[in-house]
Write a protein that binds this ligand. Structure first.
Ligand code: 5GP
Ligand code: MN
Length: 334
């Protein structure tokens, strides 16, 4: 994988560009895709954003969100756009399998492939150009860097700054995590001077749910949360029946994994949701517990040191039982 700056000459003439991101895109995935899309369109390129799956309604306020193709629903149209692309940008994921049903298609494409990502262990052999930097707070920070490196900060208008800010907020836990380094705050200061109304973005991301979601959280914290004080660990396991009862949609479970972290002494939180096709795990930690390695070792996943995800084909009961066994073997949880 060559450095991202080596791509700049190719962008001097108009290109057909596809931008994609990980399945079930969150604020950083969607914010980075849409900010890059708007920037490249301003530079004269023909840009399409394709999401591997559907996404949460609370990113729909982002400029351009309603034009994003959903690969799962618009497969033929998406495949045609992909077949005609000169350049494919892959944002906020480290390997094609994170795009689910789109993975084989992306692997087979012969166009120029570019990676911009901040997850560990990127599959750099699959990309011609790119930047992979785990010290970056978010892919949105990296899009800001990309635009800056191209000498185009003046092209960052209000809609672009709103998308970038959304990813910064989302991936730093509202500037709480260690990843919110000084450079992140400097970017926010620059976006503010460009007119960003940061309160509006927080409302768009966090005050944009329906009543059922809050009642679901109440139910889950009361009935589905287990605390293992011996291992400083909290577990939330959500059966499919809860999702149906509370009419839970994509994005409604975002942030749920953070609640048990407010309990004194908790070093690790695990959340598992019984989805149709798999049991989907989320892991969060404070301090020295490495969620990335844990997810990779036991639950076919990965991510960052303090935030990772994984999956299992076992039943909910089976995968929960496995979790309860493996936490006993983790020295840094004692
Ligand atoms: P979340 O728990 O919010 O879904 O994901 C936390 C972090 O782990 C995110 O950075 C996400 O990209 C990553 N992640 C989530 N699920 C998986 C997975 O199945 N495999 C890998 N490699 N990373 C994941
Ligand atoms: Mn991210």
């Amino acid at each position: 994988m060559e450095s991202i700056s080596a791509l700049f000459p190719a962008l001097l003439t108009p290109k057909k560009i596809v931008i994609t991101t990980h399945q079930k895109p969150d604020a950083d995935a969607m914010g980075s895709s849409l900010s890059l899309s708007q920037y490249l369109s301003k530079k004269g390129h023909d840009v399409t954003v394709i999401s591997p799956t559907n996404w949460a309604g609370w990113v729909n306020w982002m400029h351009g969100a309603t034009s994003v193709l959903n690969y799962e629903k618009q497969t033929d149209q998406s495949n045609t756009v992909l077949d005609n692309a000169d350049i494919l940008f892959c944002l906020d994921f480290n390997a094609f399998h994170r795009t689910k049903f789109m993975a084989d298609k992306l692997a087979r494409l012969t166009c120029t492939k570019v990676l911009i990502d901040h997850h560990q262990e990127p599959d750099i052999a699959s990309f011609h150009f790119g930047v992979s930097d785990t010290t970056k707070s978010s892919t949105c920070e990296m899009i800001y860097d990309f635009i800056k490196e191209a000498g185009d900060l003046s092209l960052i208008d209000l809609p672009i700054s709103e998308c970038i800010y959304a990813g910064l907020v989302g991936d730093t836990g509202s500037f709480r995590f260690a990843s919110a380094h000084a450079g992140v705050h400097a970017i926010v200061a620059d976006l503010k001077t460009r007119g960003l109304d940061h309160g509006k973005i927080h409302e768009g991301l966090y005050d944009n749910f329906l009543e059922n979601r809050l009642r679901f959280i109440g139910h889950v914290l009361l009935h589905r949360m287990e605390i293992f004080y011996e291992y400083n660990t909290a577990l939330i396991a959500i059966p499919k029946s809860d999702l149906l009862k509370f009419q839970i949609k994509t994005g409604d479970t975002e942030g749920l994994v953070n609640y048990p972290q407010s309990i004194q002494g908790i070093k690790m939180v695990a959340l598992v949701i019984d989805r149709d096709e798999e049991r989907k795990w989320s892991f969060r930690s404070k301090g020295s517990f490495d969620c990335n390695t844990f997810a990779r070792t036991y639950f076919e996943g990965g991510g960052h040191f303090n935030a990772a995800g994984g999956r299992s084909s076992d039943s909910l009961d089976e995968t929960v039982a496995r979790f309860k066994e493996v936490i006993k073997t983790q020295p840094s949880l004692n």
